[in-house]
Design a protein around this ligand. Structure first.
Ligand code: AMP
Length: 215
């Protein structure tokens, strides 16, 4: 199942991606995670990406398209994948379509997680992530039972470097200007399924699953 989770920063793509990846046994492929790993490893690619990420701007299309091309060629992606945070603009979506047409494996569905701007702000400022297993919490909305520790694995929770107010503002602007046009792009291909990304996490998973099961 070749799918994309589309939505603003904080819309729940990462949270849903982790759960759906387990449920459907296909990898969640997050360009944000791949880039953060490159930054931590101090690779050349990480060094090139870091300043754009710190500013909440987009990393170059060339870098992220290269990352995706390489990642979807792995064995674990042969039955499909959930792309999370890619594509982020029209040129990336066009490059993805071209890449998948060449492989004769077009995208099957795109799920938009729709969340109001004010809620996104609260989610992003309160977001905490487990260093060990990647589970996501929110100090305002869904705190862990023990402060700063993961409920699932007891790993330490951290706040992403780009989840500060200034960078968050930039990231939301970038979403409006560059990523939101993908809604019409995928609507025109009859691939867009829009879901309200608010309320109970399990209910949202059930709605996304219903879409996945139908494609
Ligand atoms: P995310 O974890 O998806 O919120 O991504 C964190 C940051 O990584 C973004 O603010 C961008 O700087 C960069 N990034 C992630 N995915 C992309 C992409 N598809 N294109 C360009 N930059 C990206």
């Amino acid at each position: 199942m070749r799918t994309v989770l589309l939505g603003a920063p904080g819309s729940g793509k990462g949270t849903q991606g982790v759960v759906l990846s387990k449920k459907y046994d296909i990898p969640q492929i997050s360009t944000g995670d791949l880039l953060r790993a490159a930054v931590s490893a101090g690779s050349d690619l990480g060094k090139q990406a870091k300043s754009a990420m710190d500013a909440g701007a987009l990393v170059s299309d060339e870098i992220v398209i290269g990352l995706i091309r390489e990642r979807i060629s792995h064995d674990d992606a042969k039955n499909g994948y959930i792309l999370d945070g890619f594509p982020r603009n029209i040129p990336q979506a066009e490059a993805l379509d071209a890449m998948l047409t060449e492989l004769n494996q077009p995208l099957q569905g795109v799920v938009l997680l729709d969340v109001a701007f004010e809620e996104l702000l609260q989610r992003l400022t309160g977001r905490r992530t487990c260093k060990d297993c990647g589970a996501i919490y929110n100090i305002h909305l869904s705190p862990s039972k023990i402060e700063d520790h993961c409920d699932a694995c007891n790993g330490p929770l951290f706040q992403r470097a780009d989840d500060n107010e200034e960078t968050i503002g930039n990231r939301l602007n970038v979403y409006q200007e560059q990523t939101a046009p993908l809604v019409s792009y995928y609507q025109a291909q009859n691939k867009l399924h829009s879901i309200a990304g608010v309320g109970n996490v399990n209910d949202i998973t059930a709605q996304v699953s219903a879409v996945f099961d139908s494609i």
